[in-house]
Design a protein around this ligand. Structure first.
Ligand code: PGA
Length: 251
């Protein structure tokens, strides 16, 4: 069954104490009700995972924001998918545009991170999306197709079924300028079509596709009301428990 998901990507924000407070506030709001059939996930910095797991238990899913392309060895500063799993997380974001662009992650790196995640028992939250000049030149479907083919389509069907995709147009991330519901729906439908062609209709129908990029309480409802938009990957607005809770209740 296709899941509705709202995931918060905290990026490089919050100290451990601030992160624990934020997680507690989200849990407290969820206890008031709402969010019924929505899976909520938060992705704090690596250093917070273990402590935050103690706060959220199984009520909220826990994700890391990245994992190593390698499994182990002499790679100073890297954190492996297996380490993340052992810290209590169930998910990992892979291929976020900030990783692709600021840290030069290639499609090959992302594919290897996805494989490691699945082998370690994590569900990858795979991000894809075009830059502004690619949208302006109307080559955005080709860009997204290539990212998905190279990042995901080597997976056998059973493994692909564990993947969650987030469409995040780069020009909408952190800019305050979200994709219109029509623009987002067009791409989500296109991604589902690619997956149906590669695997089958059942896999495509069950795939959760999130929208990310300046998603906030004021636009989440309109975005989530589209057939192929199954929730959101939320950056800035996930740093406010109230805004995040309001997005969770936007379906
Ligand atoms: P934003 O970030 O909501 O701050 O635009 C989204 C993301 O990068 O996942």
């Amino acid at each position: 069954m296709r899941r509705k998901i709202v995931a918060g990507n905290w990026k490089l924000n919050t100290t451990l104490t601030e992160g624990m407070d934020l997680a507690r506030s989200v849990i407290d709001l969820l206890k008031k009700g709402g969010g019924g059939n929505v899976s909520v996930i938060i992705a704090p910095p690596f250093t917070h995972l273990t402590e935050i797991k103690k706060i959220i238990g199984d009520e909220i899913g826990l994700a890391a924001q990245n994992c190593a392309a390698e499994k182990s060895g002499a790679f100073t500063g890297e954190v492996s998918a297996e380490m993340i799993r052992s810290a209590g997380a169930g998910y990992v974001i892979t291929g976020h545009s900030e990783r692709r662009h600021y840290f030069n992650e290639s499609d090959k790196d992302v594919a290897s991170k996805v494989r490691n995640a699945i082998e370690s028992g994590l569900q990858p939250l795979f991000c894809c999306g075009e830059k502004l000049h690619e949208r302006e030149r109307s080559i955005y479907t080709e860009v997204i197709k290539k990212q998905i083919q190279l990042g995901l389509f080597d997976l056998p069907k059973d493994d692909f079924s564990k993947v969650i995709i987030a469409y995040e147009p780069v020009w909408a991330i952190g800019t305050g300028k979200n994709a219109t519901p029509e623009q987002a729906q067009e791409i989500h439908q296109y991604i589902r079509h690619l997956v149906e062609e590669k695997y089958d209709r059942n896999v495509a129908n069950n795939l959760t596709i999130l929208y990310g990029g300046s998603c906030k309480p004021s636009n989440a409802g309109e975005l989530f009301s589209n057939n192929d938009i199954d929730g959101g990957l939320i950056g800035g607005a996930s740093l406010s428990a109230e805004d995040f809770y309001s997005i969770i209740n936007s379906f």
